[in-house]
Design a binder for this molecule. Structure first.
Ligand SMILES: [Zn+2]
Length: 301
């Protein structure tokens, strides 16, 4: 609780900083006009006009000083908890198991997923699409194909990196298992929502159709988002110990493409190496220079 309050306090202080700085610049500008002989109210009016709209700068400033809502999420203790490689996969797995336990038609969910994944041509699958009833199989063609493709591509990419000795066996197992858990959870979500959709009393057929259409697009967005999240998680972790890479250090200029391009170097705090990311490349290198001195030589002495 204390950590939560501290996070809120820190975030509130950052937000106050913008208000204070804005007031300071407004006062300075108003003071200049007052020295020119204007009354206080007219000076402030001109100063406001000169600075422009406060709202226009606020969103950018909040993002720059990390006082927006995204920064609040990073500050909360839950964000630190999620830094562990196992918290999110275990939470998703437990949530999926719970969703199956509380679902009275859980056999239908499991059956539909198994058929969708391993026997997509099974009879009855398409015949019951409209109208769908609770006794039939739930069509899982679209999510099954999406997750099978995502799983195969993700696993193949990670396996190639493992064969090239770019990631450890631990990272390979973790990455494939996490992808499997996320895919299974998403398949359970799909079948559960379709079940609810089928048994719900819809006042208008139009609403029922609209919901399915919205859900289809929303699900496609979810698949892409989850795969991106997984890819980012793999890339932002140490390929040896799976801990999140820390202390990002930016070099180069953001607008340079070839000469001195923008590059961010992050380090594994357990001394396994540094990750360099730029527009053109991403490479994890063993500790060198200062980091080698800090981790390897001190570790050896
Ligand atoms: Zn490491």
């Amino acid at each position: 609780m204390h950590a939560l309050l501290q996070a809120f306090q820190e975030w509130r202080l950052r937000r106050k900083r913008f208000a204070e700085e804005w007031r300071l610049h407004l006062d300075l500008a108003a003071h200049e006009y007052e020295r020119l002989g204007l009354t206080r109210s007219r000076a402030r009016k001109h100063a406001r006009k000169r600075l422009g709209s406060r709202c226009r700068y606020r969103a950018t400033a909040m993002r720059e000083i990390e006082a927006d809502f995204a920064a609040l999420l990073k500050l909360l203790p839950i964000a630190r908890l999620c830094e562990s490689a196992f918290v999110i996969p275990v939470a998703v797995l437990l949530g999926t198991i719970l969703a199956l336990i509380v679902n009275p038609a859980r056999i239908q969910v499991v059956h539909s997923i198994v058929v969708g994944l391993f026997a997509p041509g099974a009879s009855g699958l398409s015949a019951r699409l409209v109208p769908l009833n609770r006794f039939g199989l739930i069509p899982t063609g679209f999510p099954s194909i999406s997750w099978e493709c995502g799983f195969l591509i993700g696993s193949a990419w990670l396996t190639i990196r493992w064969l090239r000795a770019q990631v450890s066996g631990r990272m390979l197992i973790w990455g494939v298992a996490t992808l499997g858990v996320l895919g299974t959870a998403a398949l359970v979500l799909w079948t559960t929502v379709i079940q609810l959709w089928a048994v719900a009393e819809w006042p208008l057929n139009f609403l029922q159709g609209l919901f399915v259409l919205g859900f289809l697009f929303g699900y496609a967005w979810l698949v892409v988002s989850v795969l991106r999240f997984w890819h980012r998680s793999v890339c932002r972790r140490c390929p040896i110990c799976l801990h999140r890479l820390r202390m990002p250090l930016a070099q180069g200029a953001l607008h340079n493409l070839l000469l001195d391009p923008y590059e961010v170097a992050s380090v594994c705090i357990h001394g396994h190496g540094t990750l360099s990311e730029s527009r053109w490349r991403r490479a994890f290198n063993p500790p060198a220079g200062f980091w080698r001195e800090l981790f390897v030589e001190r570790g050896g002495s």
